[in-house]
Design a protein around this ligand. Structure first.
Ligand SMILES: C[S@@+](CC[C@H](N)C(=O)[O-])C[C@H]1O[C@@H](n2cnc3c(N)ncnc32)[C@H](O)[C@@H]1O
Length: 270
C-alpha cells in the first residue's frame, strides 16, 4: 500500500505536533508498518485510514497508530551503568539529603515497565529494612496503552530477564506456566503506571529527584528534545538527576550539568 506525498506530509505534521515523533524521511517505514494493519481493518487505502485518524475523538485509533510507529523494546538491566550509578551514587546521596523521606522518581517512556521495576528492585536491595518510613513509589508513564497494560501485569518471558542476577530472579519474580515470570507484589506495589504524553504540559505536586527518560528522545527532533529537557529540568528538584539513553544525543542547550555519559544533574547537591 502506498501513501501519497501530500498525505505523508499531513501525517508527519500531525504526529509531530501531537506526539513529538519525527517521521521525516521515514515514508517507507510508515508504509511497511501500517499497510497490513490498514488492510486487516478493512480500510480501502491510506486516504480512508487517515480520514479516520484525523477525526478520531476516542483517541483509540491514534493510540494504535502511535503504537505501530514506535518501538516498545526494553529489558531488565538495560544499560546497567545507570543501575550502578543509581545504587552507588544516587541512592546514598538521596538517603542522606531527603529529609521528608519522600523519594520521587519518574520513569518517562516506561514501555513494558522493566525499567521502573528494575529501579524498585535496586531500591529494595539498597534500603532493605531501612525502607520502612520512606515513600519509595515510582511513577512510570507512557503513551502506549498496550505497553501500560502489560507493565501493570508485570509478566515477562525468559528473554527479557536474561541479564537479571539469579538471586534477584528468585527474590523478585514468581515463576508461572510457559516459562513466564511475574514481578512479586511487593515490587509491583511500588510502581504506579499512568498514561502521559511527554508533549503535554507537566504539572506535578512536587519535583522529581530522578527522571529516567531512556531511548525515548530518539524519536524526537532537536527542537522537541530541547523543549522536553527544559520541561524535565523544571520538574527536577535542585540536585536531582536525569538519565537518558547511552546512544542518545542530548540537545545542545540541555540545562542540566553532565555528570557522566547519559547522566545529568540539576545543580550540585541533593
Ligand atoms: C524503546 S521504549 C524505551 C523503554 C525504556 N525507557 C528503555 O529504555 O528500555 C520507548 C517508549 O517511549 C514511548 N514514547 C514515545 N513517544 C512518547 C511520548 N510522546 N510520550 C510518552 N511516551 C512516548 C513509546 O511508547 C515507548 O514505549
Amino acid at each position: 500500500m502506498v501513501i501519497s506525498d501530500r498525505e505523508f506530509s499531513m501525517l508527519v505534521t500531525f504526529v509531530k505536533r501531537g506526539y513529538g515523533i519525527d517521521l521525516r524521511g521515514k515514508k517507507s517505514m510508515v508504509e511497511s508498518r501500517l499497510s497490513n494493519y490498514i488492510q486487516d481493518c478493512g480500510f480501502k487505502d491510506f486516504t480512508e485510514y487517515m480520514s479516520v485518524i484525523f477525526c478520531d475523538n476516542s483517541g483509540r485509533e491514534i493510540a494504535n497508530l502511535i503504537n505501530r510507529l514506535t518501538t516498545n523494546h526494553t529489558y531488565f538491566m538495560r544499560e546497567s551503568e545507570h543501575f550502578s550509578h543509581f545504587t552507588q551514587v544516587f541512592l546514598p546521596q538521596a538517603e542522606k539529603s531527603i529529609k521528608d523521606h519522600d523519594l520521587r522518581i519518574w520513569s518517562a517512556g516506561c514501555s513494558f515497565g522493566n525499567e521502573a521495576y528494575n529501579l524498585a528492585m535496586c531500591m529494595d536491595e539498597y534500603f532493605g529494612p531501612r525502607q520502612l518510613g520512606w515513600d519509595l513509589k515510582i511513577l512510570a508513564t507512557d503513551i502506549s496503552f498496550n505497553a501500560l497494560r502489560a507493565a501493570q501485569r508485570g509478566v515477562y518471558g525468559e528473554q527479557s530477564l536474561k541479564e537479571i542476577p539469579e538471586s534477584w530472579r528468585a527474590k523478585y519474580f514468581v515463576p508461572m506456566n510457559h516459562g513466564l515470570y511475574k514481578v512479586c507484589d511487593r515490587i509491583r506495589n511500588n510502581v504506579v503506571f499512568k498514561y502521559h504524553n511527554l508533549m503535554d504540559e507537566m504539572s506535578f505536586k512536587k519535583g522529581f529527584d530522578l527522571i529516567v527518560c531512556r531511548n525515548v528522545m530518539i524519536y524526537f527532533d532537536d527542537a522537541t528534545k530541547s523543549a522536553l529537557c527544559k520541561k524535565f529540568y523544571g520538574a527536577t528538584e535542585e540536585g536531582g538527576y536525569l538519565y537518558i539513553g547511552h546512544a542518545e544525543i542530548p540537545p545542545m542547550d540541555i540545562p542540566y550539568k553532565r555528570v557522566q555519559t547519559a547522566v545529568y544533574r540539576k545543580g550540585d547537591s541533593l
